[in-house]
Design a protein around this ligand. Structure first.
Ligand SMILES: Nc1ncnc2c1ncn2[C@@H]1O[C@H](COP(=O)(O)OP(=O)(O)OP(=O)(O)O)[C@@H](O)[C@H]1O
Ligand SMILES: [Mg+2]
Length: 328
């Protein structure tokens, strides 16, 4: 949805943190030959990164959203124009250097992709501490209107493993709820700080628990284990790609079947699902309807290139089609 002037200027209800954004540069080459001159047939640059995707989808649904991304001052234009076009309030921190660029060399015939990921801006530990303090201040500044803080994606190299834990503690002390979508050690540390919702995918949850999750039975019991181990956690949402998602709260558990979509791009389906979970929380929807809306966000995004949703009425129509079953 194109934000109306009211939503564009309304006080932000959600702040999305994007510590490790990237520019995705897709370059199409008929036959890639290493060591010789290659001519591209097509090239495209998109602002990317999980927190950026979540903010973009929330804004499409009309939710007043702010973003704090760590952007290189040399190449912020793609991000700035994305935020401006959607009415996302840009509270980004600008760093010396350039935002990292992830180059995807695509060979359409062989369906092969070669990835070259460039490094991002470098910060020493004193600078990192200063940036974390800036984000803590921003959460405080916005806390009057802020209801949710969304922490998604990896930490940049050198950032303390408890960065998300620090942000969660601070948000809780201000009455701001938190959704966490990350993996590995930062996920484990942040869980101890008591986020309200976590959304690992099945592989991320398996890695955290140190055991394989073969099917939805395994996944449901893993989600219950997580909820049981962390008293502050209100919901666990485990996305399972083309197998849908399991959502559990303290008193209910559901399986949401995915919608059949002609996918344009599978990138960011999980990020759209995170945005849908937040949209559902802001409306205090019951678990089954939350599952429907989150799945509809994912399906809506899958039908487009980039982190964009169809208009809200279309997303709501998709949500009504999502099949939900209660789990024991
Ligand atoms: N191939 C697919 N067909 C239909 N729906 C899908 C497909 N892949 C993903 N989805 C939908 O998107 C949701 C989230 O997908 P997934 O589990 O892949 O997230 P993710 O691994 O966190 O993705 P990412 O982090 O790349 O955004 C799923 O629960 C499902 O509803
Ligand atoms: Mg994900």
């Amino acid at each position: 949805m194109n934000p109306t002037p009211q939503t564009a200027h309304a006080a932000s209800r959600v702040l999305c943190v994007a510590l490790n954004p990237a520019i995705d540069q897709t370059v199409e080459i008929t036959h890639l030959r290493v060591g010789s001159v290659n001519r591209a047939t097509r090239a495209q640059q998109d602002a990317g990164g999980k927190g950026v995707n979540v903010a973009s989808c929330l804004a499409d649904y009309g939710v007043p959203t702010a973003v704090v991304a760590l952007l290189g001052a040399e190449n912020p234009a793609l991000f700035e124009s994305l935020f401006a076009s959607k009415g996302v309030v840009n509270r980004s921190i600008y760093l010396d250097g350039a935002t990292r660029i992830n180059i995807k060399l695509v060979e359409p015939a062989g369906q092969e992709t070669t990835d070259i990921n460039l490094p991002g801006p470098y910060l020493d530990s004193v600078q990192i501490t200063g940036r974390i303090a800036q984000i803590l201040d921003l959460i405080g500044e916005l806390s009057g209107s802020l209801q949710w803080l969304v922490l998604s994606g990896s930490l940049p190299p050198g950032w303390p493993v408890d960065t998300y834990a620090i942000l969660i503690h601070h948000a809780r002390s201000l009455g701001v709820r938190t959704l966490l979508d990350t993996s590995g050690a930062p996920f484990g540390e942040a869980l101890k700080a008591g986020p309200d919702i976590v959304k690992p995918n099945r592989d991320e949850l398996a890695a955290h628990l140190g055991r394989p999750l073969h099917d939805s039975v395994d996944t449901l019991s893993a989600a219950h284990d997580l909820l049981a181990a962390h008293a502050g956690l209100g919901k666990v949402v485990v996305s399972m790609g083309s197998e849908g998602a399991i959502l559990i709260s303290r008193d209910a558990a559901v399986l949401a079947q995915p919608l059949k979509v002609a996918a344009s791009s599978s990138v960011g389906a999980g990020d759209a699902m995170v945005a849908g979970l937040i949209a559902a929380e802001l409306q205090a929807l019951p678990l089954a309807e939350t599952a429907q809306l989150a799945t509809a966000f994912a399906a809506g995004k899958l039908s487009r290139l980039g982190p964009h949703l169809p208009v809200p009425s279309e997303v709501q129509a998709l949500a009504r089609q999502v099949v939900i079953s209660a789990l024991g």
